[in-house]
Design a protein around this ligand. Structure first.
Ligand code: S6P
Ligand code: ZN
Length: 201
């Protein structure tokens, strides 16, 4: 259990810019491959990872423990460990905000990655992120991040307390584009499973 902050008292959090770790530690969520079954396009590659190494840790969220309330600002860091499932880079599950018109701000801390954004009509945009990149997630866009380098990719996220998270829409239909490892560069390619029910458990 991490420290729960008193939202009516001033407090400070120490952010390690190299690792993305917050002190005091609040809520830490670890997402393994089993939490994302069916989200990577290459089902064979996913199965091979399970067979050869078990349930791989993909990313961690280090959250300052505050209630999800209107008027509050929430913040956390995400650390995506390097690696790929098939050609696809390690990534977050991705979500819309439950209140779709709530926006968000990301700040790159360490490593290199991509922010993938998707509108309701399937339009996808990709923004490269590195240390110091401030990326704006507009209202109405689903968002997912991926680590496109060989080191951990860490970023800070700040968003309104009443935004909420809708994971179901992405779990059902996926993103229209995949971020895959290409020759010397990151490629954004069509997702063959887009619009299909991709989650198996
Ligand atoms: C919250 C914000 C991020 C993500 C985190 C993990 O609104 O967008 O803190 O929660 O990057 O991604 P996901 O899709 O598993 O929540
Ligand atoms: Zn969000």
């Amino acid at each position: 259990m991490g420290v729960r902050m008193n939202l009516m008292e001033p407090f400070e959090t120490a952010l390690d810019f190299q690792t993305g770790v917050l002190r005091p530690a609040g809520r830490i969520i670890k997402r393994h491959l089993s939490d994302m079954r069916g989200m990577y396009a290459d089902a064979n590659a996913e199965r091979k990872v399970f067979e050869s190494e078990g349930d791989r840790l993909i990313y961690e969220v280090h959250a300052v423990d505050l209630p999800e309330k209107t008027g509050l600002v929430l913040y956390c860091t995400t650390i995506i460990h390097p690696g790929r499932i098939g050609a696809e880079y390690h990534m977050t599950k991705g979500h819309f905000h439950e209140k779709r018109d709530r926006s968000e701000l990301y700040l790159g801390l360490a490593g290199e990655g991509y922010l993938l954004l998707q509108a309701d009509d399937g339009t996808v945009r990709g923004l490269p992120m590195a240390r110091g990149t401030m990326a704006y997630v507009p209202p109405l866009w689903a968002h997912r991040t991926a680590n496109t380098d060989d080191e951990p990719f860490a970023f800070l996220a700040v968003w309104p307390g009443d935004a909420g998270h809708d994971y179901g829409t992405i779990e059902q239909s996926g993103f229209a584009k995949l971020l895959v490892d290409g020759e010397q560069r990151v490629n954004l390619v069509d997702n063959p499973n887009y619009g299909l029910i991709t989650r198996t458990t």
